[in-house]
Design a protein around this ligand. Structure first.
Ligand SMILES: O=c1[nH]cnc2c1ncn2[C@@H]1O[C@H](CO)[C@@H](O)[C@H]1O
Length: 331
């Protein structure tokens, strides 16, 4: 399979402007706090989506995390409360993240509110303000991003890059054997985004399932001098119990922080290029199907003549886990 690798990021570069589209979410919280500790990133906004929690709760949790990190300078913009086509998502992953999305730790109500501008409009405005410079790190279903694509024919051209946590390439999903949770949450939106022509990196659970913290490592995080060590340990207890039960492992998968690290240092992954389509309905709803062959198909297929994306194939899990520990443990 042809692989493409990315050049190592230079430390002398200006910080990368990112918008985090998120549904916090325990591993989202970890990714956001990791981003706060990452000088390579300039977080110009946080936008909210649904999945781990409903969108309004995602907004509250995003505001809470900014307050926790002393980052009330970051605008938080609320996104769609439904899928792109107006379906109210009936599958909210409270069994993974708790009723409050933060492991039933019941965070205090945030002091600040979201800005008036909706997430898709925020994306469009920032992509016009800084053409080619803004990276969206999309940690939940892609409804907001797809809405920006549909509303603005220049969006795919103006946005610098979209790094997506989602999909399962050549492995089973985590909602069912076919589908991963973020793509399953709004498959139509994902299909629109993956074929929109923007520069897209997809980090699927085929790679994020290789990056985890064991219970012992979580205790090290708790006992470290990291600002958020105890907080992360406390919110992760629920997520840990879910992994013990669902996967029979004493560890938690680090989906969202791994994806954040792709924004910090894309060279820690290798990628293959090709067209990705998403099954929109039926028993394989949410399945991501990647055409990575140079075969000339006898007849035109639904993958032909569409823009390619980069799909993560391998991950340097020890390096990623070390970066997370260094930053979250205040090393
Ligand atoms: O079993 C699950 N069902 C639903 N969502 C999950 C499950 N496991 C993890 N996540 C959440 O979905 C994203 C990665 O697919 C992550 O945000 C993770 O927190």
């Amino acid at each position: 399979m042809p692989q493409v690798s990315m050049p190592e990021e230079s430390m002398v570069r200006a910080p990368k402007k990112i918008i985090i589209d998120t549904d916090p979410g325990i591993d989202d919280a970890m990714a956001i706090l990791l981003a706060f500790e990452s000088p390579e990133l300039d977080i110009i906004g946080i936008t909210t989506t649904f999945g781990n929690v409903r969108t309004t709760m995602a907004t509250n949790n995003a505001l809470h995390l900014c307050e926790l990190g002393g980052r009330d300078d970051i605008p938080v913009s609320q996104g769609l409360e439904t899928s792109l086509r107006g379906q109210l998502k009936n599958r909210i992953a409270d069994f993974v993240h708790g009723q409050d999305g933060l492991g039933n730790t019941h965070p205090p109500a945030p002091k600040r509110s979201a800005i008036a501008q909706s997430a898709p409009d925020f994306f469009r405005q920032k992509s016009k303000e800084y053409p080619g410079e803004v990276t969206i790190v999309a940690l939940g279903p892609l409804s907001n991003v797809a809405k920006a694509v549909e509303d603005d024919p220049d969006f795919a051209k103006n946005i610098g890059q979209i790094i997506v946590l989602g999909g399962n390439f050549m492995v089973n999903g985590n909602v069912n054997p076919a589908a991963e949770a973020n793509i399953y949450g709004d498959p139509e939106a994902a299909d629109i985004v993956f074929t929109c022509g923007a520069d897209i990196i997809i980090i699927g659970i085929n790679v994020t399932h290789q990056v985890f913290f064991t219970g012992k490592e979580m205790e090290e995080v708790r006992d470290s001098k990291g600002k958020y060590g105890k907080y992360l340990y406390d919110v992760s207890k629920f997520y840990f119990a879910y992994h013990q039960n669902a996967y029979d492992i004493d560890a938690i998968y680090l989906h969202d922080p791994t994806t954040m690290i792709a924004a910090i240092d894309p060279s820690l992954f290798t990628y293959a290029k090709g067209v990705v389509r998403v099954q929109r309905d039926g028993i394989c709803k949410g399945l991501t199907v990647f055409n990575n062959t140079s075969k000339k198909w006898a007849e035109p297929t639904d993958w032909c003549n569409l823009p390619e994306v980069k799909v993560a194939m391998t991950v340097d899990a020890p390096a990623i886990s070390k970066m997370m520990k260094d930053r979250l443990m205040g090393v």
